[in-house]
Design a protein around this ligand. Sequence first.
Ligand SMILES: Cc1cc2nc3c(=O)[nH]c(=O)nc-3n(C[C@H](O)[C@H](O)[C@H](O)COP(=O)(O)O)c2cc1C
Ligand code: SF4
Length: 675
Amino acid sequence: MWKHLFEPLQIGPVTVTNRLGFAPNCPVTDGDLTTGVFGDDSVAYYAERAKGGQGLVIIGNSRVSDRTPYFPCVDPNMFDDRNIPWLQKIGDEVRDNGAKLFIQLFYTSWGRTTAPQQSSMYESEVPLTIPAPSSITNATQGVHLAEMTTADIHQVSEDFSNAAVRAVKGGVDGVEISLHHLMLHAQFFSKIYNRRTDEYGGSMENRVRFAIETLRRVRRAVGNSIAIGYRVNARYENPADNSLEDMKEIIQHINANVEIDYVSVSAGGGESPSMSAPMGYMAPGYQMPDTAEIKAITNVPVFGIGSITSPYQAEDALEKNQCDLVLMVRQLFADPEFANKAREGRPDDIRPCVRYNYCTTRFPFRVGCFQNVAHGREKKWGIGTIEKAETPKGVMVIGGGVAGLEAAVVAAKRGHYVALFEGEERIGGRLRLQAKLPLQYEWGNLIAWYEHTLRQPNVIVHTGERVTSQNIQEIIEEQQPDAVILASGTSSAPDGFVDGTNGSIPGWESEMVLRYEDVLDQKVEVGQHVTIFDNVSNELAIGLGTLLAKMGRSVSIVTPYKALGTDRHTSGNFRDVLLVELLDQPNVTVHAETYVQRIEEGKVFLANHITHGEAVEPAEEKTDSLILINHFESDKKLLDALTKSELELHVVGDALGYGPIHDAILAGHRVGRSV
Ligand SMILES: Cc1cc2nc3c(=O)[nH]c(=O)nc-3n(C[C@H](O)[C@H](O)[C@H](O)COP(=O)(O)O)c2cc1C
Ligand code: SF4
């Protein structure tokens, strides 16, 4: 089935068994999360990706010096000897499962955004400046950049070689030096951020000198027993900075001057985070064409990456000779068994990353995938921990949103007989609707995965069969379940409860008031002038506004929040891209810190949310349709009817009240394991 994916690859002295790897990502530390010391959770975290069949695992950004600011919960300290035995444990587990372990070494710089503010919360001695080639104003991140002296530069190279020696004592198979994502060395490469006039600034050779010195010191310190590589951006996103051609020249210059075993190619980071781990706005494999150009001028293995979510995409990149090994991060958060499932000819079983970046919104705290709730919890819920139930039960799941679907999948794996009821013709709940919005279509991949996964002999999915308080008894008599999981979700309330009015919006009974669900399901007509009242500030209103504007409507969005998309589960990158798309449309207006006070004869009256009622400009707006995304209700009658029955009952997800998608999946997963 695969010509290339499972071919071995030689990387310096190291042989990896296949062409798939877990790219560097902020690692999981343990216990006291602020110490930067690995623990049992870290061992389980990396071992999981090796158990899942990937040939290479790379630990992410590991600090080489305590003189740098840092992200306390995610950066391991490679200046700390306490990490040596932990690295040995991680490496042993990774190798026992057939993979090799590399570690990425880095020096914090403003490629890591607001690092000083983060770490000074925990440690009083932390430096409050960030070392940089030149002390220029960095208005975007609000940090102080301090120009490094020549002695500082030499010290940093020394820090890298000391950390590499420590990594070798920890038994790693390779070290990777960060020359990417506008980390420190990458700023030296820059034509914009490096304004030095000494031997580290000016010509290409001068700007690259620091990287070469660092790599040489590392090679001298660790010899040829392990692989040494570096990660680099194929181009800088700022068109005035290094182009692809410039980077090719830089890479050739480095490789001509130091013995290197591999080059890993990346994109974005620093000033352009939306390019390093993008969402639906970039195609899968979008970095591969640039990577191919670098491969063409490089005579060591080249690693490629970028939104790969299927083994077909990875195979295609190898077939086209764009790279020698395909790395993934988010896809292996979502499903660490990617390689095994591909090798066993089960690619459809791979749970797809939908690239919505909940995992990055959790940054800089402990990362977590919204759909694979075992991510970061591998010790407890990792591969092989779902055990068969001693006595299979009949489990009835009411609701085919993500909470019910996850509960059904896990309960079915445990051997229970599952009957799932969904009122709509297709499962997916809220996500089914969201998948209709611009740039959010990948939610649909997750729904398709649930559909595929539930096609099993012990599962029956009844779509188009809504369970209500009227028919519940009849269905229970027919099904005779041992347990019921109520996952019936919420729907937006037609009266649009608002705290400003202390209740329903006066005038809500008007025909012009629509629920967003009915709009997306095309059950109602939407007028020419539309007002959307967004009281959740996530990606819904932005997406719906864009969709309607693209359909030629004039759209006004009213939100009590400071801005659209401020909900903490909405990824910042995604929000920015969606907002640009929205505001690019003609006839779109946004009223922030505002709410709809009342509705009267084709008009909505707006008021200031901060002052609770003061008029805003304009105080009223003529509109044909007011679409509500502002207050959600669960079906309490169904809950009452079930509570009265003597059945084992579990209530999960939005059936308890509107909440984040991650929480719904987590609740479904937990109940699937316990039922
Ligand atoms: C949560 C998270 C943490 C990351 N941490 C690192 C890191 O420590 N070092 C690094 O070089 N890249 C890091 N990255 C970038 C990834 O290595 C990778 O380039 C990016 O996610 C694109 O790959 P993907 O589409 O397979 O996720 C991180 C990405 C994510 C999502
Ligand atoms: S949180 Fe979203 S983007 Fe991140 S790994 Fe999971 S599915 Fe992918």
